[in-house]
Design a protein around this ligand. Structure first.
Ligand code: NAG
Ligand code: NAG
Ligand code: NAG
Ligand code: NAG
Ligand code: NAG
Length: 276
């Protein structure tokens, strides 16, 4: 018993360091996904999240992770994402404050970004539980979750889900202080500025398309792991190798991102951030 306790005490700090290293690697990967999907700079001018956002619509099993967490940019039908997802945040930072949760459609047809983004979800006062799950039990829903409903033929829409630190004394602009508002256009960056929101803690995104695209698709290039800047202890990770067209001709890279998963991932499995 005693020996086991000592062993556990010795091992736990290593586990924590390993987990944080994996989170830092995951953060670099999600930053790369946001760059290459053009969410940065189309929708966010910069993106330096403090953690990772797991999004689970309960309709999909990732065979790599054995969980229902989405892969960044994963494509869904609107039926699959018609109900609010479960959200989980993993961060080396303690998350015991209050947060603002939102989902925006970054691809309203014909709209001039960022003013033309559509609000699909906006909740103030959400919290993060001991189990890292985001709770809206104490939340104030300015807009309840409205599932994606892109216009037919308008191409794939990027729906970005975001969690910001909510400052103490937070006061939303008057037009965003009344609950139960429907889906509507919203200039997200102006809102973030005017509400004095704190750090963008974590974000993720999905894509939903209705019908056959008549608009041109986004052009992206593969995520290359060797270019990811990992700030700290990603020890145990195998040398990063570049992902050069693993699945054939990606010269026009129609929406696909690819990346190699390091062989040793430690105890926290994060490959969902590396495969898309
Ligand atoms: C994303 O783009 C920004 C600026 O364009 C760059 O500074 C950053 O290193 C990029 N991050 C990744 C992970 O590619
Ligand atoms: C957040 O919750 C506190 C109580 O914990 C409440 O006083 C405050 O009005 C709420 N803020 C918003 C924006 O809902
Ligand atoms: C609160 O979270 C639950 C569970 O994820 C979800 O079903 C519900 O729609 C959410 N409420 C609001 C107002 O977003
Ligand atoms: C890849 O596609 C481009 C056109 O986009 C074509 O010119 C090139 O030959 C293709 N390469 C291979 C290996 O198929
Ligand atoms: C380029 O993307 C289009 C879809 O936008 C696809 O039909 C075409 O086959 C792709 N070409 C190559 C060379 O990958």
């Amino acid at each position: 018993m005693r020996a086991w306790a000592l062993l556990t005490a010795a091992v736990l700090p290593l586990v924590a360091a390993q987990a944080n290293g994996d989170i830092n690697l995951g953060i670099s990967a999600i930053e790369a996904h946001f760059n290459q999907s053009h969410i940065v700079p189309d929708f966010l001018s910069t993106f330096e999240p403090k953690g990772l956002l797991d999004v689970n619509f309960g309709v999909y099993l990732n065979i790599v992770t054995g969980t229902g967490n989405i892969q960044p940019g994963q494509k869904f039908t609107k039926d699959e994402v018609g109900s609010a997802p479960t959200l989980t945040v993993h961060s080396p930072t303690t998350l015991n404050g209050q947060y603002v949760l939102a989902m925006l459609d970054a691809d309203v047809p014909g709209a001039k970004l960022p003013q033309g983004t559509n609000r699909h979800w906006l909740v103030y006062n959400v919290t993060v539980g001991q189990d890292s799950t985001i709770s809206n039990a104490t939340g104030t829903a300015i807009s309840r979750y409205f599932g994606p409903g892109p216009a037919a033929g308008s191409g794939p829409h990027r729906y970005v889900i975001l969690v910001y630190s909510q400052p103490s004394g937070f006061a939303a602009p008057a037009e965003f202080s009344q609950p139960e508002q429907p889906v509507a256009p919203m200039d997200w960056s102006a809102f973030v500025t005017n509400s004095h929101l704190g750090d963008l803690i974590a974000a993720n995104y999905i894509q939903v398309e209705e019908g056959t695209a008549t608009a041109s698709l986004l052009s992206t290039v593969p995520v290359v792991t060797s270019t990811l800047a990992v700030s700290s202890t990603a020890s145990g990770s195998a040398p990063a190798s570049s992902a050069t067209s693993p699945s054939g001709n990606q010269s026009n890279g129609s929406g696909s991102l690819s990346i190699r998963v390091p062989i040793v991932m430690g105890l926290v499995a994060l490959p969902a951030y590396f495969l898309a």
